[in-house]
Design a protein around this ligand. Structure first.
Ligand code: OAD
Length: 251
């Protein structure tokens, strides 16, 4: 594994722009369940597809609201982990680092990443169902969604649900960042959900080297230049350490 880590550090040392595409796996070591194993306990009997959809919300607003409230409360007791921190540290070692995340937990920003594109929105933000009027200061522990004080429609989390389009300007920016990167780190995502899963291809077709960091194989593994098979909280700090070593030896 160390030789693979050193080869990744070498690739990054020659890059002026690195994009890091992340999924739920990067937050796993912070104690946040990944999306596809999030259904623990009370939530075991519900499919994410039933909860994270407009239809699911309209069918049972209270259930969907309390599920997001539960996930938002989880955030109060978690911290960014060494994987998030290593991505922040990259910013001091590479001219330009862009984080494109599918996560809605805000941990990249809390860790200190300065350029984060939240493709799937944020669980900490809210807007109304009918017109996306922003809702501020939404309290915890409400039994059901509050109503918009502009139009009266139900307030919902400002996250992209199954079947909904991603904000196209965020998606377009994510594509551009990948196209302009020499290295794309794909960290902690099953690479199953489109269009996020195809973003790395935008860079790959322009010669970017794809590095995958994941304990398991994914559909993206076959085009990766290097696969670092392990938890990001352990692997990424080793990549940064190797990169720092390279830089100090070259000075
Ligand atoms: P998934 O739950 O689909 O995948 C999590 C990935 O993280 C898997 O490939 C795991 O092998 C990997 N993993 C687990 N522990 C890890 C660790 N410690 N370090 C690194 N990787 C680890 O989550 P996502 O790929 O993020 O979209 O799911 C993508 C989207 O599917 C979510 O954003 C959500 C869902 O539909 C929306 O809600 C719109």
């Amino acid at each position: 594994m160390q030789s693979s880590i050193d080869s990744v550090a070498k690739l990054i040392s020659n890059a002026s722009h690195v994009t890091v595409l992340t999924g739920a796996g990067v937050s796993k070591e912070s104690g946040i369940p990944t999306f596809r194993d999030a259904q623990t306990g009370f939530w075991e009997k519900h499919r994410p597809e039933d909860l994270a959809t407009p239809e699911g919300f309209l069918a049972d607003p209270k259930l969907v609201w309390t599920w997001y409230d539960y996930r938002r409360k989880l955030l109060d007791n978690v911290q960014p982990n060494p994987g998030h921190q290593a991505i922040v540290d990259l910013e001091k070692l590479v001219d330009k680092v862009t984080v494109v995340t599918q996560n809605v937990d805000g941990l990249h920003q809390r860790a200190g990443s300065t350029d984060v594109i939240e493709l799937h929105g944020s669980i900490k933000k809210f807007y109304c169902f009918d017109h996306e009027h922003e809702a501020l200061d939404v309290p915890f522990d409400l039994e059901e969604p509050p109503l918009c004080n502009v139009c009266g429609s139900m307030i919902r989390p400002a996250v992209v649900w199954f079947g909904e389009a991603l904000p196209h300007k965020l998606l377009n920016r994510g594509i551009t960042e990948c196209e302009e990167s020499q290295v794309i780190l794909v960290v902690g995502t099953s690479s199953l959900v489109q269009p996020a899963a195809s973003l790395p291809l935008s860079g790959y077709h322009r010669g970017a080297k794809i590095i995958e960091v994941n304990p398991d194989a994914t559909p993206l593994s076959r085009i990766a230049e290097v696969v670092l098979q392990g938890p990001s909280g352990e692997v990424l700090p080793k990549v940064v350490a190797s990169l720092k070593n390279l830089k100090s030896n070259s000075n």
